[in-house]
Design a protein around this ligand. Sequence first.
Ligand SMILES: C[S@@+](CC[C@H](N)C(=O)[O-])C[C@H]1O[C@@H](n2cnc3c(N)ncnc32)[C@H](O)[C@@H]1O
Length: 277
Amino acid sequence: MEKVKIEKNTVQETLIIPLYGRKMCSEKFPELYNDVFAKRLCDRLDYDFSELEKKNKSFLYEFGSLEAAMRQLDIMWEIQAYLKDHPKATIVNLGCGLDDTGKACNNGLCHIVNVDFPDVILVRKQLIVEQEREKSIACDLKDYSWMEEVDGTNGVIFFAAGVFHYFRKDEVKTLVLELSKRYPGGCLVFDSVGKLGLRLMMSKAIKNMGINDVEGLFYVNNPKKELNWSNRIKVTSKGYMLGYYDMKSPGIRFSHRLLARIGDKIIKMSINRMDFE
Ligand SMILES: C[S@@+](CC[C@H](N)C(=O)[O-])C[C@H]1O[C@@H](n2cnc3c(N)ncnc32)[C@H](O)[C@@H]1O
């Protein structure tokens, strides 16, 4: 089967890290996490994985794979909870990359929408077959025309995994306020890190974006306080690594859980949920 090329040093390339992390975590800790799509997708990409393969055995990279998996597990937890009350809701994957969380949560009734830049959606369509009740929209998230194609009549849950780090703070706020205005009863779930975390995580990306510091970019040290943007939005927040699951699965060591605790407490890694009233 022909492979699909992912260009280096593009925004598109940022989808590789979480995808490879999900594949690696499925191989190393299958009892915790098993993403059947990730390995198949990596095999179909024309991308030089050798740098990542080399680091594959290092403790930090192993931890990175746990990060990718925990984020997906947490978000799936929130989607499944929302679908219990709104079984016909639309699940919207903002900045979807090659992530198939929508399908993993499919209850046979919900609708799935994936949004990303046109070049990413092009790659996605070559690799992933859309199911019934699923569609992909090629659009910049900052151009709100994509919202016209999202029907929230039966409920809607938006999620953004690893996406808002590339946004400025005011851009996330404006997007959230627009969603809350258009979709009362809807909900948004996304991950965030504190200032220190963003500095550690994004040093290369920040240089590529041509800026010197994270100031102005989206980071959150105290979600409940700092995301309090409207009295019509209820904000809840949990630890990203340990807020939903205790990570006590075979193969996961005490040192992994210790680093996970540091991630949640000091790096302020969070999963935030906003309910639009
Ligand atoms: C780190 S990747 C995460 C991909 C996916 N959510 C996952 O967890 O595997 C970030 C994704 O956000 C997308 N993205 C970033 N800014 C965007 C924007 N303004 N509009 C649409 N997509 C965007 C990128 O193209 C990329 O696919």
